[in-house]
Design a protein around this ligand. Structure first.
Ligand SMILES: Nc1ncnc2c1ncn2[C@@H]1O[C@H](COP(=O)(O)OP(=O)(O)OP(=O)(O)O)[C@@H](O)[C@H]1O
Length: 251
């Protein structure tokens, strides 16, 4: 059996009396989409923050690409290949699509460049940015201001910015949020193809998208993973149905 690319080993995190993560173990294999679902306040964001390096677990460890990354910060983890997209957009709204992608590529390089005009003339940075934008289908929108993009296009641009960093895996926090039916329908096949470029740990409330995309699903309730399995097994799991009682998505 191949080893997991991302291997979360028994992490726990409390905020005072609240146990936001309780002995959570989770793996992400190459080529897969592993969805993390659970009711509001279950601890999904807290878990993603610990994996990305924004929060330190109280105990347990996080292994990425065969290496213990538990003590690394967000920048070091991104450089190690953990690409992240956010629940709230982190794009520069007044800048163009191309400028945002170039900024992403510049971040990967990790070297300071003094003048913006030099950045926008750097052939290597531009090449990385254009390639990422083509990959997400935004080649025709390079000159558009981010503020003028649709929600769906912004999500695609966030993925492009993450792609400029050549990620080995993606952490995605609610990519479908605010997209509406049409936007979700467009983003779903895109994510479907992206898993072969880099596997995705996907936090998502949209159950249609989750069940359409996920190879495996883990269900988090009160900080604990109560089940991990293929979509059909999760749909039929009695404890999961109990935790989601009334949720028509699982019927
Ligand atoms: N910085 C913090 N300080 C105190 N409590 C926190 C903090 N962050 C999260 N919590 C608590 O930890 C628990 C898990 O929260 P978290 O945001 O991770 O859940 P979630 O599953 O992501 O929720 P949602 O689906 O609504 O985004 C909640 O009870 C929340 O109130």
């Amino acid at each position: 059996m191949t080893s997991p690319l991302l291997d979360i080993r028994g992490i726990s995190k409390s905020f005072g009396a609240i146990r936001a993560s309780e002995d959570v173990s989770l793996t992400l294999m190459r080529g897969e989409i592993h969805a993390l679902i659970g009711p509001n306040g279950a601890g999904k964001s807290t878990l993603i923050k610990q994996i990305a390096g924004n929060l330190k677990p109280d105990s347990g460890s996080i292994w990425f690409d065969g290496r213990d990354v538990t003590s690394l910060d967000t920048v070091a983890r991104a450089q190690a290949g953990l690409g992240r997209t956010f629940q709230i957009s982190s794009l520069a709204m007044e800048m163009s699509v191309l400028q945002n992608a170039v900024l992403g590529a510049l971040g990967k390089r990790g070297r300071v460049m003094r003048f913006w005009r030099d950045v926008m003339r750097d052939a290597a940075l531009l090449q990385v940015a254009h390639a990422a934008l083509s990959e997400v289908g935004l080649a025709a929108a390079v000159g558009t201001r981010v503020a003028d993009l649709s929600h769906g296009q912004r999500r695609q641009l966030e993925v492009a910015v993450a792609l400029t960093q050549s990620p080995k895996a993606f952490l995605m926090d609610e990519p479908m949020a605010g997209l509406g039916g049409e936007g979700t329908a467009r983003l779903t096949p895109f994510l479907d193809g992206l898993r072969h470029r880099a596997p995705i740990l996907l936090v998502e409330h949209d159950m249609d998208a989750v069940f359409a995309l996920a190879d495996r699903i883990s269900v988090l309730v009160y900080g604990r993973i109560i089940a991990t399995g293929k979509p059909d097994a999760i749909r039929q799991n009695a404890e999961v149905r109990e935790a989601y009682l009334g949720d028509e998505a699982l019927t």
